[in-house]
Structure formats: structure tokens, C-alpha cells
Write a protein that binds this ligand. Structure first.
Ligand SMILES: Cc1ncc(COP(=O)(O)O)c(C=O)c1O
Length: 360
């Protein structure tokens, strides 16, 4: 047997590993609720189980590679040409395809930090260099600093709106001013995974911004508000040639028929969806108000989670939440992100937060 090992690309060394939110488990106490992955606490929308089970009867067949029905329904829903819709294995899959299509060794990719933790991973895989621009002291994207970071090597810029994990947003005027400064040959990706939870009318819908800007792509997902995280389906809305490049970089048959049919059924259950999202937004307001009452500083969140900057006490806080029955998402040394979940879970979290403040 040969002693040597296959040569891997240099970029493979040191790629940070994506840390999924810890599951709720009984191993260290009664942690019954998972508030660590920004999932939706509701079960699939009406019609989803039926269409998924029907699709399961055809598991011996490949799915529709072009996601024809889903693409058509999305195009109609957003009022865009079908050619501008590109589906993928979750919006993180589509984000990775966007990098494959635009960026490689010698190129630069700009994004705020801290932001979605997949950005550094997928950027490094592409071979491009990450240029991380710190959030402002208010935990918001520093768009002026991001514009200043653009060089002639910049190929792609992520703007995560609302930002994961802080929940903060950039509003219309500042985002338009930023987009006006970005050269036309640099792709701006508006990652709107949490779009449905926004209630502030000053936060622009990326789909409106993309319309007359060929260098803007919008990312959306069925994983959050639509509650299909387990099925892996997301999409981009982008002009040609970006959308065409997404079709070229897609893993063939990546989006299963179960995922496609479930996404279509979810789109058709929009009234129910809006009701559920409304209830979560109500819970968000309740949780934020209670935290503020307890004395916490909470950045204004527009997503289905809250961010507490705990610094050195982050891990300790996460452990005490876990003992109280809720698993949250610690970013060691920085802060804790807590998903808005079912009412009982939110209550347990609030109790744990209050006890931590009192005893801390
Ligand atoms: C900002 C952001 N973008 C994209 C994603 C990826 O979602 P998915 O790949 O499930 O569509 C997430 C998930 O946490 C996210 O927070």
C-alpha cells in the first residue's frame, strides 16, 4: 500500500467547521427545547405532509432537475421572469454556487462580521480571501466601511439582512447608497433568509432592489418562516448571466422531489404561513420586552431570534439556559443567539435569563 495521501487543494487546510445548533437532549439535564438553529417551532404547513408522502412513493425516480413547478410558482409570486429564479439545496447551497461562479484564488469576498458563519467557510472553499468588516457598535452592518473595503479584486459582497446572529437590519436609503457605490462587475448578494419576519417598512425587499440592478442577487429560503429546514430548499433571484451560472453550478438533481413539492405546497398555504409568522413576531416582541425589563441590552431584532452580547460570560450563560431546559447558540467570547420558539420554550429562556442576571 502506498504511503502517500491524495493531494488536497491548499484551501482545505484550516477551513472552519460549520457548527450546527446543538440539539435538545436530556444528557445534561432537562434541555427539552432547541432554540439554537433559528428553526420554526411549527410543524409543516397544511398540505405539506400529503405532498411529501405522495412524492415519497416515487423515490425510485430522480427529481425534476429543473424544479419546473416550483420555479414557475416562485416567478409568479415575486413577479420576475422564470429565468431569474434559481433553486438549490438550501440558500447556503445557492450561496456556495454563487461563490463557485464568481470567486477563486486571488479574489476577495467582503462580508460583515460577525455574520452568518457559513460565509467564511464557503469563501475559503472557493479559494478566495475573506474580507471581514466589523459590525458597528450597534451590531449593524457598517456599509461605509464595506464600500471602502472594495478593491479591484472584490468579486462578491454578502449583505445579510436581517443579520444572523444579531437580527439587525440595514434600511432602504443606506442600502441603496451602498449599492450605488459598488462597481457593476461586483456581485452583491442580499441574503434575506429571515425576510418574512421583518415588520419595518423602511427595510427594503431585496427583490425590488434587484430589478434594475444586474449586479444584485437575492437569496431566500424555505428553511425559516416556511418551516422546511429539514428538506433543504432555497433559491436566488438574479439577472442573467448570474442565474444561468447558478444553473450550471447546481449539483444535478440536488433538490429532491420531496423538497420541491413541499415548497410548492408551502407557497400555496401562504395565509396560514402569515398567521404563524405573525404569532412568532408577537412572541419576539414579548421576549424582547421581557429581556429589557430584566435589564438586558438587546439589539433591535427583525428576525426570529435575539442576540445578547455576553462576552466572556457567553458559554456560562448558554450552560445555565441548558440546565433550565433550553439549548441556545453560544458564540464563545462574543454572545448568545436565541431563537424565538414555542411559548413554553421562550418562557423557560426568559426565566433562565432572569436568574442569570440576578445571580450573576
Ligand atoms: C443568513 C442565513 N442565510 C442562509 C442560511 C441558510 O439557510 P438554508 O441553507 O437552510 O436555506 C441561514 C441559516 O441559518 C442563515 O442564517
Amino acid at each position: 500500500m502506498s504511503e502517500s495521501t491524495p493531494t488536497l487543494r491548499a484551501e482545505m487546510a484550516g477551513i472552519p467547521t460549520y457548527k450546527p445548533g446543538k440539539p435538545a437532549s436530556a444528557s445534561e439535564g432537562p434541555a427539552a427545547y432547541k432554540l439554537s438553529s433559528n428553526e420554526n417551532p411549527y410543524p409543516p404547513l397544511p398540505g405539506v405532509m400529503e405532498s411529501t408522502l405522495a412524492a415519497a412513493a416515487q423515490l425510485n425516480r430522480y427529481p425534476d432537475m429543473a424544479c419546473t413547478t416550483l420555479t414557475a410558482e416562485l416567478a409568479e409570486r415575486f413577479g420576475v421572469p422564470q429565468e431569474h429564479v434559481a433553486t438549490g439545496t438550501g440558500s447556503v447551497g445557492v450561496a456556495q454556487q454563487l461563490l463557485q461562479a464568481t470567486s477563486g484564488p486571488g479574489d476577495e469576498v467582503i462580508y460583515a462580521w460577525r455574520s452568518f458563519e457559513a460565509y467564511p467557510i464557503i469563501t475559503q472553499i472557493s479559494g478566495a480571501k475573506s474580507v471581514q468588516v466589523p459590525l458597528t457598535s450597534g451590531e449593524v452592518h457598517d456599509l461605509d466601511a464595506m464600500a471602502a473595503a472594495i478593491t479591484d479584486r472584490t468579486r462578491l459582497i454578502f449583505v445579510c439582512n436581517p443579520n444572523n446572529p444579531t437580527g439587525t437590519v440595514v434600511r432602504r436609503a443606506e442600502l441603496e447608497r451602498f449599492l450605488d457605490q459598488v462597481p457593476g462587475d461586483v456581485l452583491v448578494v442580499l441574503d434575506e433568509a429571515y425576510r418574512e419576519f421583518i415588520r419595518d417598512v423602511e427595510v427594503p425587499d431585496g427583490v425590488e432592489l434587484y430589478r434594475d440592478r444586474p449586479n444584485v442577487a437575492v437569496l431566500r429560503t424555505f428553511s425559516k418562516a416556511y418551516g422546511l429546514a429539514g428538506l433543504r430548499v432555497g433559491f436566488a433571484i438574479a439577472h442573467e448571466p448570474v442565474a444561468a451560472a447558478l444553473r450550471k453550478t447546481a449539483v444535478p438533481f440536488g433538490v429532491s422531489q420531496l423538497a420541491q413539492d413541499a415548497a410548492v405546497a408551502s407557497l400555496r398555504a401562504e395565509d396560514e404561513l402569515l398567521g404563524r409568522v405573525g404569532a412568532l413576531v408577537g412572541e419576539r416582541a414579548r421576549v424582547v420586552a421581557a429581556l429589557q425589563e430584566q435589564g438586558w441590552t438587546v439589539p433591535e431584532t427583525h428576525a426570529n431570534f435575539v442576540w445578547l452580547r455576553l462576552g466572556e460570560r457567553t458559554v456560562e450563560f448558554a450552560q445555565s439556559c441548558e440546565r433550565a431546559g433550553v439549548v441556545v447558540r453560544p458564540f464563545a467570547g462574543e454572545g448568545v443567539r436565541v431563537t424565538i420558539g414555542e411559548t413554553e420554550a421562550n418562557d423557560l429562556f426568559l426565566k433562565a435569563a432572569e436568574a442569570f442576571r440576578k445571580n450573576g
